[in-house]
Design a protein around this ligand. Structure first.
Ligand code: SAM
Length: 283
């Protein structure tokens, strides 16, 4: 509940926003999701999962049966290898979940998701998320299966979530579409940055498009890995790393901000083989 939202920064306000994320499963993986109470995905949707925060609402779409299970709530932030052995290690980007009361299942998921404009990398929030929850409350399987659904635990928990969603009064930009990893080698980015926070300084001569660094990080490293940029310029690599949960050391011959260490790239003061990736956009 926001009591003094005017005192919070935009990013603190954004951190209180409840988002609704949809993850996918198939017939062979659904049971493991529900018994472990863990949802997982591979690297393709890794960027989505690492943005999930504890308290966000989650829905599980079985794409083979075209059904949608809900309503779940994240009990951890999204992370990497929470349970390394789950799904035989195939889906390492994971989030632990709890159900709000009874699991409710809706059929014809594809058409409902289309109606709400919800995809795996466009989570819902605010009014659209509240309307999506209404859909679960009215789902025939819920109304039929839960005796006196108006007083059921799921009903009151979902209504509590609707109140939590309505209590968010922040007026800040919201990340509507989470970028995914490029699937071809032809990359064309219309903007220097992505997401809510600027990455580097787009006025810096020779600044690197942030999505190039983003794609390199997602192709060659995992969350928590160490990336080094010996010619960090305005700090784009540091900012991308922060958002994508990588550790970054940034050097430049002329440091433009306190987190860039002044250093000539002809000598890098690190042990050999001590980092996971080096990114350089040289002059
Ligand atoms: C193309 S810019 C890098 C832009 C950066 N990736 C960004 O997004 O802001 C190249 C950078 O290399 C730095 N540089 C040039 N010679 C260097 C050297 N010998 N050691 C370290 N940095 C150097 C420049 O100061 C410049 O910031």
């Amino acid at each position: 509940m926001l009591t003094s939202s005017e005192k919070l920064t935009d990013s603190e306000k954004y951190n209180l926003l409840v988002r609704g994320f949809m993850l996918a499963c198939g017939e062979s993986t659904e049971a493991e999701c529900l018994t472990r109470m863990l949802f997982g995905t591979d690297r393709t949707y890794g960027p989505v999962v690492i943005r999930i925060r504890k308290g966000d609402l989650l829905f599980l779409n079985n794409i083979e049966t075209d059904s949608l299970h809900g309503v779940f709530r994240a009990v951890t932030d999204g992370g990497f290898n929470i349970e390394p052995k789950a799904w035989k290690g195939r889906y390492s980007y994971q989030v632990r979940v709890e159900t709000l009361g009874d699991k409710i299942t809706i059929n014809n998921a594809k058409s409902i998701l289309r109606r709400f404009g919800m995809t795996r990398n466009t989570p819902l929030h605010s009014k659209r998320l509240a309307a999506f929850l209404d859909f679960f409350l009215k789902a025939p399987s819920f109304v039929d299966s839960v005796a006196n659904s108006e007083t059921s635990k799921s009903h009151s928990l979902i209504l509590e979530e609707k109140e939590r969603i309505a209590s968010w009064t922040g007026e800040v930009d919201i990340e509507e579409e989470i970028p995914l990893i490029e699937s071809t080698t032809l990359w064309d980015f219309p903007k220097q940055s992505y997401g809510l926070k600027p990455k580097g300084n787009n006025k810096y001569a020779g600044v690197t498009p942030a999505l190039i660094i983003y794609n390199m990080m997602w192709r060659y490293t995992e969350p928590g890995d160490l990336v080094v940029d010996p010619m960090c310029g305005s700090g784009t690599t540091i900012d991308v790393g922060e958002e994508e949960k990588r550790r970054v050391i940034g050097y430049d011959i002329t440091s433009t901000r306190p987190d860039i260490i002044q250093n000539d790239a002809r000598h890098i003061p690190l042990e050999d083989n001590s980092v996971d990736m080096v990114f350089i956009d040289s002059p």
